[in-house]
Design a binder for this molecule. Structure first.
Ligand code: GDP
Ligand code: MG
Length: 215
């Protein structure tokens, strides 16, 4: 019998000030202002959710201000299953920075499937519509050029479309896991020190097992 791995790592990227921490807090705690400073020593927040009858544990990684220096470190990216690229609808420079953030993710996370890796685009601060300086169509065009990335316009402050964006990421992450899983017979999984967990072919630093190398 095989076991499911119901764990997903999501990373949130984008310029400083776009609302990444507020998005995370809104999603994890249903509040925009729990504590605007990330807890010292904690690199990620956890949330358990049910998707299609399965319990999924999310590990959501937010930056702690170091994005200003573009130096997030390898651990931040390692093993990410999904990435949210965020900009502020009132700040065109944060939109222009998206390519850089996406490239940085691909260079550092090194996914096996860079062209189809699950990203979503989040245009945040939609509650400030009067001050909008990036149109929906411009953002959608960028998404089209980037493998039809899904696009969400959110207000982390008011909790608009935040759940939807995260659920979309979770579903894409699960789909990707299912596509990449290499199902091991029990006897082999037991020998491999994997504790019965399916071995993945898509993570750096995890065991790669070719189906024809075992018996
Ligand atoms: P980060 O640097 O990307 O983590 O951004 P923060 O989450 O710290 O947010 C930066 C500032 O934008 C803070 O003052 C937030 O209160 C504010 N902010 C975040 N999200 C929203 C939003 O959806 N609407 C509005 N009006 N302000 C927001
Ligand atoms: Mg922050």
């Amino acid at each position: 019998m095989s076991q499911k791995r119901n764990f997903l790592k999501i990373v949130i990227l984008g310029d400083s000030g776009v609302g990444k921490t507020t998005l995370l807090q809104q999603y994890v705690h249903n509040k925009a202002n729990v504590n605007n400073k990330p807890t010292i020593g904690a690199d990620f927040s956890k949330k358990e959710i049910q998707v299609d009858g399965q319990v999924v544990t999310l590990q959501i990684w937010d930056t702690a201000g170091q994005e200003k220096f573009q130096s997030l470190g390898f651990a931040f990216y390692r093993g990410a299953d999904c990435c949210a690229l965020c900009f502020d609808l009132t700040n065109p420079a944060s939109f222009e920075a998206l390519d850089k953030w996406k490239e940085g993710f691909i260079d550092n996370a090194g996914p096996d499937d860079p062209k189809t890796f699950p990203f979503v685009l989040i245009g945040n601060k939609v509650d400030r519509e009067d001050e909008r300086r990036v149109s929906s169509s411009k953002a959608q065009e960028w998404c089209k050029e980037n493998n039809d990335m899904q696009y969400f316009e959110t207000s982390a402050k008011e909790g608009v479309a935040v759940n939807e964006a995260f659920i979309a990421m979770v579903k894409m992450g699960i789909k990707r896991e299912q596509n990449n899983q290499i199902i091991m017979p029990d006897s082999i999984a037991g020998q491999g020190g994997a504790g019965g967990i399916k071995l993945q072919g898509n993570k750096r630093g995890q065991t790669n097992v070719k189906t024809n190398s075992c018996c």
